[in-house]
Every structure is written in structure tokens, then in C-alpha cells.
Design a protein around this ligand. Structure first.
Ligand SMILES: Cc1cc2nc3c(=O)[nH]c(=O)nc-3n(C[C@H](O)[C@H](O)[C@H](O)COP(=O)(O)OP(=O)(O)OC[C@H]3O[C@@H](n4cnc5c(N)ncnc54)[C@H](O)[C@@H]3O)c2cc1C
Length: 228
């Protein structure tokens, strides 16, 4: 990256160093990024950061874990279509420098909700993990998470309260129909854009949920690069 861009990038991003890289599922690596500028930030469960990956490409990743002393953990999927983000997640090694934007986003836990419903795919499960970790043990939780294989399931706090389905065997909209969640809580729906819309329709049009109680966030869709 040209050094003359550094002052601009210093305004827009914070710097960190990758300190840990660990395979957490068959296709996902957990990356820990540490740096002084990452200390003391306000991070809400479900928020994301945008990371400069390869040259000037920005890619968005949910914060799996935040350590206020100056560390963020991300989990990056090595999806089959590839792209600068997947390539970075697969190859970045401890010791490498990284620039990222400060945490942002409104797809976040609503801690006061009476019930919490999580629906999404392996990509969305990173944000779900952060939200579930922040919930008290007595919180009422349900949901459906779709993955390509059983080896793609992230270990989520309270993940045994979710229905885990395999892509191709059923669909998320059908899994939600089967679960038949009663309106009255908050639904967090994320993942592939068209699937997110289909699940939202099931909740609002078939199950009678108030549309304001269904939080949606498209994380990716075929053919679109660098969604955020
Ligand atoms: C708010 C938010 C939070 C996100 N959190 C995470 C996270 O925690 N972990 C994570 O891995 N990703 C996360 N994503 C998705 C991530 O930003 C995209 O997957 C990213 O664009 C991939 O970058 P890429 O350069 O590899 O592919 P791109 O160049 O962006 O895309 C190329 C093609 O790859 C395919 N593709 C892209 N992403 C995926 C995917 N996730 N699954 C299957 N196919 C895909 C599409 O066909 C796309 O057209 C998040 C996205 C958003 C908006």
C-alpha cells in the first residue's frame, strides 16, 4: 500500500497486530488482533469491524470477543467462492500488522427483550456467539443455524438451545416454520441476503411477528463483493 496514504488511513482506521490464529471450525479461523488503539472502545455484542485486507479492500467481520485491554477476536470463513477476505483469513499469520475501522453496527443484542430468537448461517453465527455470550443464563433463547456440514458449527455459548440444520437437507425458512416461534421477543436474522428476507417473511407474514421486532442484516449474497 503506498506510504503516502498512511496519514489518511491513520484517520480512518486503527492499527493492530495479529497475535493468534486458530482453526475453530472446518472452514473458519479465529484471529486475535491486538493493539493499543483497540483498548477501551465501546463495543456492543453483535457489532462488526471493517478490516483492510489485501491492498485497499475492506471486508466486514463480526466481533466474536472483545477484550477492553486492547484485543478483538474475529472468525473468518474460508468460503468456496474465495475473495480477498477469505484469502486474508486463510493466510494471515501472527505477527502481521492489520488496519481496521472502529466497531460499528446496529445489529446488536437487545438485552431487555423477553425472548431472543437467532436465525442465520455459519457466517452469522459469529455475531450470534457474541450476543449469546452476553446474555444471562436464564435468558429465553431459541433459533436455527444452517451450516454446510456439522464440522462448520461454531461452539456458541448456549448453542445447544438452537436447532442446527444442514444446508440442502432443509432450509432456514422451513426450519423456522417448524420451530413456530411465538411473537413477543426479538428475532435476530442474518446471513445470505435472500435467505434473510425469506425468514423475515415467515416471521412477519406467517407467524405474526411485529416487523419492528425482527432485526435483519444481510451479511453476503452471491455475486456481490464486500457487503456491509
Ligand atoms: C455485518 C457483517 C458481519 C459479517 N461478519 C462476518 C464474520 O464474522 N465472518 C465472516 O467470515 N464473514 C462475515 N461477514 C461476511 C463477510 O464480510 C463477507 O463474507 C466478505 O465479503 C467475504 O469477503 P471475500 O473478499 O472473501 O469475498 P467477496 O469478494 O466479498 O465476495 C466474493 C463472492 O464470494 C461469495 N461470498 C462472500 N461471502 C460469503 C460467505 N460468507 N459465504 C459464502 N459465500 C460468500 C459471494 O458469492 C461473493 O459474491 C459479515 C458481513 C457483514 C455485512
Amino acid at each position: 500500500m503506498p506510504a503516502l496514504l498512511d496519514p489518511v488511513l491513520d484517520l480512518l482506521t486503527v492499527r493492530g497486530t495479529v497475535t493468534e490464529a486458530e482453526q475453530v471450525t472446518a472452514r473458519m479461523r479465529r484471529l486475535r488482533i491486538e493493539g493499543e488503539q483497540l483498548a477501551g472502545l465501546e463495543v456492543r455484542p453483535g457489532q462488526q469491524v471493517r478490516v483492510l485486507v489485501g491492498g485497499l479492500a475492506l471486508r466486514t467481520y463480526s466481533i466474536w470477543h472483545y477484550d477492553p485491554s486492547g484485543g478483538v477476536d474475529l472468525c473468518v470463513l474460508d468460503h468456496e467462492a474465495g475473495g480477498p477476505g477469505a484469502q486474508w483469513g486463510r493466510t494471515v499469520a501472527p505477527g502481521e500488522q492489520v488496519r481496521l475501522r472502529r466497531p460499528e453496527g446496529t445489529f446488536t443484542l437487545r438485552p431487555d427483550a423477553a425472548r431472543h430468537l437467532f436465525v442465520g448461517d455459519e457466517t452469522a453465527s459469529v455475531a450470534f456467539g457474541a450476543m449469546l455470550t452476553a446474555l444471562p443464563g436464564e435468558a429465553v433463547v431459541s433459533g436455527c443455524v444452517e451450516t454446510a456440514t456439522a464440522a462448520d458449527r461454531l461452539p456458541l455459548a448456549g448453542g445447544d438451545r438452537l436447532d442446527w440444520i444442514l444446508r440442502g437437507e432443509t432450509s432456514l425458512p422451513d426450519a423456522v416454520r417448524r420451530l413456530a416461534p411465538e411473537p413477543g421477543g426479538i428475532a435476530y436474522v442474518a446471513g445470505e441476503a435472500r435467505e434473510v428476507q425469506a425468514v423475515r417473511r415467515v416471521l412477519v407474514q406467517e407467524a405474526g411477528w411485529d416487523r419492528r421486532a425482527v432485526l435483519t442484516k444481510p451479511f453476503w449474497t452471491p455475486g456481490k463483493k464486500g457487503m456491509d
